[in-house]
Design a protein around this ligand. Structure first.
Ligand code: DGJ
Length: 315
């Protein structure tokens, strides 16, 4: 599979799963991501071999079912926005970086995402949607500012014991905040850490390898790529290393979306999945898949490659 090219699903349609995330279930990789076609917002595809993608559903649209929830959230997917000059404009929500967690206690799939009003980036909220089926129609529970904070680029992370976290850029993207979620994953339980205050990191991606946490992120340059950096910690809420660069000064023309762990015959292999954005023509944005390598002290490097041979990885 080539990096940086438009991908097509089994219907021959352009695959839109930008700023995405994958879950593995019953032999399938499910890929969720942004789709800004018409009123569609989040689409879901699945694959057994990571190369052929079957379209499953537009899991969130501007017409998705909404449900009031105990979070004091705004359930409008379309709303009128007042501009600085006092004029009003009708906006259809802009949903970015949707991530889905499975809650084994409630047996629900819970999507966390970045919400904007579709007119400007001033709302800076997170939003939650829920489904009983991985690729079902998600019910929108609304958007809100976590603990009153701004919330833009985001990701999620689930511990082996089921404790889940939501991580998002706050204070005009100056800080990256880690929140622990409630047991049902539907709300913020507690803000547990502010990372790199004032250093303006976005596109966060978090994973755990050999009992250590790795956070990958980029700087804030809109749709333009920049030097990716990463940090390591023994504890999510404890001390983190300083940020170290990985990849080249545009991290091979991409921004982190998520890390895909692959169980292979030789152990777990880690794949960096990034967005190669096209800021002028968003639907023409593409994806990159690069293997991550670790040295004996756990430092990581990214292998720049033109294509992925998934057969090398899949058992
Ligand atoms: C960079 C972010 O990582 C993207 O998700 C998107 O919000 C763009 N900025 C918008 O400029």
């Amino acid at each position: 599979m080539k990096n940086g090219v438009i991908l097509y699903d089994d219907r021959g349609e352009v695959l839109h799963a930008h700023g995405g995330y994958m879950l593995y279930e019953n032999g399938y990789f499910y890929w969720f991501g942004e789709n800004r076609t018409g009123d569609i917002r989040v689409s879901c595809y699945r694959s057994k071999d990571l190369e052929h993608w079957e379209f499953r559903n537009h899991v969130l649209t501007c017409d998705s079912k909404v449900q009031e929830h105990y979070i004091r959230s705004d359930t409008r997917l379309r709303k009128e926005v007042t501009l600085k000059d006092g004029s009003k404009k009708m906006g259809s929500c802009n949903i970015e970086r949707p991530k889905v967690l499975y809650n084994s206690k409630t047996k629900q799939y819970v999507m966390w995402m970045h919400y904007e009003n579709g007119v400007h980036y001033g709302d800076a909220r997170c939003a939650v949607a829920v489904s009983d089926k991985i690729d079902g129609d998600y019910t929108y529970y609304g958007s809100f500012n976590p603990i009153g904070n701004m919330s833009r680029d985001c990701t999620v992370f689930k511990e082996e014991d089921g404790t889940a976290y939501f991580i998002s850029a706050a204070r005009e993207n100056a800080d990256l905040i880690i929140y622990r979620l409630t047991e049902d994953y539907l709300a913020i339980d507690e803000q547990v850490r502010i990372l790199w205050p004032g250093q303006a990191r976005e596109a966060p991606v978090l994973f755990k390898r050999n009992d250590r946490y790795y956070m990958l992120s980029s700087a804030c340059t809109g749709w333009l790529p920049n030097q990716g950096k990463y940090a390591i910690s023994d504890s999510l809420t404890g001390r983190w290393s300083t940020l170290k660069p990985f990849g080249d000064k545009t991290t091979y023309d991409s921004q982190p979306a998520f890390i895909l762990p692959l169980e292979t015959a030789g152990g777990v292999e880690w794949i960096y999945v990034g967005d190669r954005w096209n800021g002028e023509n968003y639907p023409a944005s593409t994806y990159v898949f690069f293997p991550l390598h670790f040295n004996e002290i756990g430092e990581l490097t990214l292998e720049n490659c033109e294509e992925m041979d998934w057969k090398k990885y899949l058992i």
